[in-house]
Design a protein around this ligand. Structure first.
Ligand code: B1M
Length: 208
């Protein structure tokens, strides 16, 4: 229990090496891998996400916390697989066609991973067909689409349409600086999130 709290604290401070060592220690103490994930790593990432939403921490703090989470996961992942612990769901994330911005999209990926999702990052400048194909291939439950330009956000509706045409049941969530809830309603996407931490909350909500 104490070790999970230490993992959570070290992760929030972005101390990757310490997180790695503490995860090994927790496993040696016999704490079940799922508990280390939920009460240590995900707990810390969740707190960072909440602070990010309230502007109490900024992009660099989220990035170093995510790096620490990754370090801990390197140790934990094989044990989670061996214990049969499944991810919450699968999310496909990409930046829309014509758009090369990926910093916000990468943050969304990190927050989703921090919330327990398996994330398939399909990159930048992604066509609607590729989004739909990736959702199908990975049996995704959520598809996240990012756009940073007013000239590329119009390429989000083709993604929504391609998803409907492909017959997959994955929910489409959208975000990025020029995107709004009104735009989301207009193009028929399932949800809009203003920031990466809210995207993780929304993805969980869309699963219900
Ligand atoms: Co670009 N760019 N850029 N750029 N760029 C902007 C976006 C711009 C606002 C700058 C400006 O003019 N003030 C402007 C857009 C104007 C508009 O359309 N309204 C602009 C422009 C015009 C351009 C070019 C056209 C410039 C040119 O070549 N003439 C060109 C376009 C290239 C292309 O994409 N085809 C271009 C190029 C570039 C670089 C390549 C140089 C570089 C991108 C590098 C990279 O991403 N690897 C770049 C950058 C860095 C920016 C700024 C400076 C920063 C963007 C960023 O990363 N912000 C930006 C100006 C600015 O924002 N101050 C600008 C930090 C990031 C964390 O925020 O991505 O908004 P953001 O993500 C947020 C939320 O939006 C949300 O969560 C994140 C935070 O939690 N979010 C989601 C994002 N995706 C989400 C998805 C979700 C949910 C939430 O669900 C799926």
């Amino acid at each position: 229990m104490q070790t999970n709290e230490s993992i959570c604290q070290a992760l929030m401070k972005g101390r990757a090496a310490e997180v790695k060592q503490l995860v090994s220690q927790a496993l040696a103490e016999g704490i079940p891998p799922a508990e280390i994930l939920n009460n240590g790593l995900l707990q810390g990432m969740g707190i960072i996400g909440g602070k990010f939403k309230k502007n109490e921490v900024y992009v660099p703090e989220v990035l170093i916390a995510a790096r620490a989470m990754k370090a801990g996961m390197e140790v934990l992942k094989p044990r989670l697989v061996a214990a049969g612990v499944q991810p919450l769901a699968t999310a496909i994330v990409g930046t829309v066609k014509g758009d090369l911005h990926d910093i916000g999209k990468n943050l969304v990926c990190m927050m989703l991973e921090g919330a327990g999702f398996k994330v398939v990052d399909i990159g930048i400048d992604v066509s609607a067909e590729k989004f739909a194909q990736a959702a199908k291939d990975n049996q995704a439950q959520v598809v996240g689409v990012s756009a940073l330009l007013t000239t590329t956000m119009v390429n989000m509706k083709p993604v929504v349409d391609a998803m409907k045409a492909s017959g997959t049941t994955a929910k489409v969530m959208i975000g990025g600086a020029p995107v709004t809830q009104a735009f989301c309603d207009e193009i028929g996407a399932d949800g809009y999130a203003p920031d990466a931490a809210s995207a993780a909350d929304l993805a969980k909500k869309l699963l219900q």
